[in-house]
Design a protein around this ligand. Structure first.
Ligand code: PLP
Length: 284
């Protein structure tokens, strides 16, 4: 039975198919091995935010996994079809997910599609505040870039660990997580980038072995308009105790202020209203 959430699917030739339509074979490596890549862009009132950046990151992810180069024109066509067909009045905020799997196990073409979904209320509520726990990712950042089989910097379909980290957070009284390396270097959330306010300066973990966030890139580019800049630095876990505030950033949620870390309350930074404006958070 179809869930009551409105969802639209488009193929790369620009045709729309019902979300009920079978698109994958039972032996598609995307489902049997999580072998494939995806990307997710925000859409507001008929406009897709930074589609180019998401297409570029999809291509980078595919390259890291040695997948065939994605048909970027085809994805753009699929996104156009979804934007045209979406009911923006009923659902002014949506996300579009672009997927490329490695295709059938014993040979065949990659399976590719795009899907549009409304941003759930639960995600929009995160803009009021999120409680996080800090979780060990199990390996150092520098090592990761030297260990390509860990797929650093790729948005692969193998998100089982990321989802498990979020479930762990929820089972332990929080909403989300921040990963650290065993030596205590802060990294990112399971589905978000981390930015902190250190004495009025915006600082974010260096991008070693983590996913380059498009939302963070938008903030980096827009910050000078407000006389701010975002510094990339090695940030130790202990630094969290002294920050004026911190945020999780990602495409659907955009900007979520962290209100507690491992159970200790954190104030919302005085820079929060400025960041909301810079990132055009709805209602800002
Ligand atoms: N880091 C990880 C691991 C993610 O999965 C995501 C998004 O889902 C992000 C960061 C944020 O990326 P973006 O701002 O492009 O959504």
């Amino acid at each position: 039975m179809t869930a009551s959430v409105p969802q639209l699917v488009a193929l790369l030739d620009g045709s729309l198919v019902d979300v009920d339509t079978p698109l994958l074979r039972a032996d598609d490596l995307g489902v049997v091995r999580g072998d494939g890549v995806f990307d997710v862009a925000s859409c507001r009132n008929g406009r897709v935010t930074d589609l180019e950046a998401h297409l570029e990151r999809l291509a980078t992810s595919a390259h890291i996994l040695s997948l065939p180069e994605p048909d970027l024109a085809g994805y753009a066509r699929a996104v156009d079809a979804l934007v045209d067909a979406w009911d923006w009045e009923a659902h002014p905020e949506a996300t579009v997910r672009l997927v490329e799997t490695r295709g059938p196990e014993h040979g065949g073409e990659p399976t590719c599609w795009a899907m549009m979904q409304p941003v759930p209320d639960s995600v929009r509520r995160e803009r009021e505040g999120v409680r996080v726990v800090v979780l060990d990712r199990g390996h150092e950042a520098e090592e990761t870039s030297e260990l390509p089989w860990l797929l650093p910097g790729a948005k692969s379909l193998s998100y089982g660990i990321n989802m498990a980290a979020k479930r762990w957070a929820k089972a332990h009284g929080a909403d989300d997580a921040i990963f650290v390396t065993p030596s205590g270097l802060l990294l990112e959330g399971p589905t978000s980038a981390l930015v902190v306010d250190l004495d009025g300066e915006l600082v974010t973990p260096r991008q070693d072995g983590i996913l380059p966030s498009t939302t963070l890139r938008t903030l980096v580019d827009a910050a000078p308009e407000a006389g701010l800049q975002v510094r990339f630095a090695h940030l130790q876990r202990e630094a969290l105790a002294g920050v004026r505030g911190a945020w999780l950033l990602s495409s659907g949620r955009i900007l979520a202020p962290i209100v507690s870390i491992d159970g200790a309350e954190l104030p919302i930074s005085p820079l929060h209203p400025t960041l909301r404006k810079l990132l055009a958070v709805p209602g800002a």
